[in-house]
Write a protein that binds this ligand. Structure first.
Ligand SMILES: NC(=O)c1ccc[n+]([C@@H]2O[C@H](COP(=O)([O-])OP(=O)(O)OC[C@H]3O[C@@H](n4cnc5c(N)ncnc54)[C@H](O)[C@@H]3O)[C@@H](O)[C@H]2O)c1
Length: 244
């Protein structure tokens, strides 16, 4: 029996990187997975896996969320798990950041997860249970120099804590993970900064970067019934970087 047997899980950003690793892991643990992403080409690839369906979603669009959650409940009867994982990054320095840059990062990285919680919690309240896990970032905790990205992920942290406080009485749990640098398409371009990456690895207690599967495993635990009394939880997955 899988650890997510009979569960229906929506994973945003499920077509790439950590989201794709979760889609594969969750489906292998018995869940029906809805990989929800804006990238249709990658969605078609991930939907080739057994028990994974791809659905197009722009997480920053309220109407998109209403349509997607209704479609999932119409087809599968329930939403047990939401993983708010979709996000975008930016390496711009403060003097380069425009109003539009600030707005876009926050619209996708913090308003998007807020909308996800808003829409799935409606169905989870009716069902009397639910589990939501948000992917923030270690840059929300340390002074990382990633400015508007860190701010958007810090905003997500606050949204998640507020939701945990509000939704606990409905048996809906809301937890958040804070990954360090993980080897995914998002960070692939960082390899061009060879010296900076080498310094980052040297500065990480575990002396390496993380793998998407290592984040997926932690999120699986929080999403599952094994974490039945954990809400408002915050789990750092960064090889010890932020512990220093
Ligand atoms: N890779 C890292 O080092 C790292 C570290 C900490 C946190 N994170 C966070 O983890 C999450 C996953 O990142 P990843 O590294 O797997 O990146 P990734 O780029 O491989 O995957 C992100 C996915 O989100 C999707 N997406 C982007 N905008 C969207 C939108 N508006 N609507 C729906 N989908 C959208 C993309 O199409 C993509 O499939 C992100 O929130 C990211 O900020 C990543």
């Amino acid at each position: 029996m899988g650890r997510l047997e009979n569960k229906v899980a929506i994973i945003t950003g499920g077509a790439s990187g950590m989201g794709a690793a979760m889609a594969k892991l969750f489906a292998g643990e018995g869940a029906t997975v809805i990989a929800a992403d804006i990238n249709e080409a990658n969605l078609a690839k991930i939907a080739e896996l057994d028990n994974v369906e791809g659905m197009k979603l722009d997480v920053s669009n309220d109407e998109n969320w209403a349509e997607l959650t209704k479609a999932v409940v119409d087809k599968y009867g329930r939403i047990d798990i939401l993983i708010n994982n979709a996000g975008i990054s930016s390496e711009k320095t403060p003097d380069q950041i425009t109003d539009a840059d600030w707005a876009l990062l926050h619209k996708i990285n913090s308003y998007g997860p807020f909308l996800g919680i808003k829409h799935v919690s409606k169905y989870m309240k009716e069902a009397g249970h639910g589990s939501i896990v948000n992917t923030s970032s270690y840059t929300a905790i340390i002074g990382s120099g990633f400015n508007h990205y860190s701010a958007s992920k810090g905003s997500l942290r606050a949204i998640a804590r507020a939701a945990a406080a509000e939704l606990g009485k409905f048996n809906i749990r809301v937890n958040t993970v804070f990954p360090g640098v993980i080897e995914t398409p998002m960070t692939a371009n960082l390899t061009q900064y060879k010296e900076a990456m080498a310094m980052l690895v040297r500065a990480t207690p575990m002396q390496r970067l993380g793998k998407p599967e290592e984040v997926a495993n932690a999120i699986l635990f929080l999403a599952s019934d094994e974490a039945s009394y954990i809400t408002g939880g915050e789990l750092v997955i960064d090889g010890g970087y932020s512990a220093q």
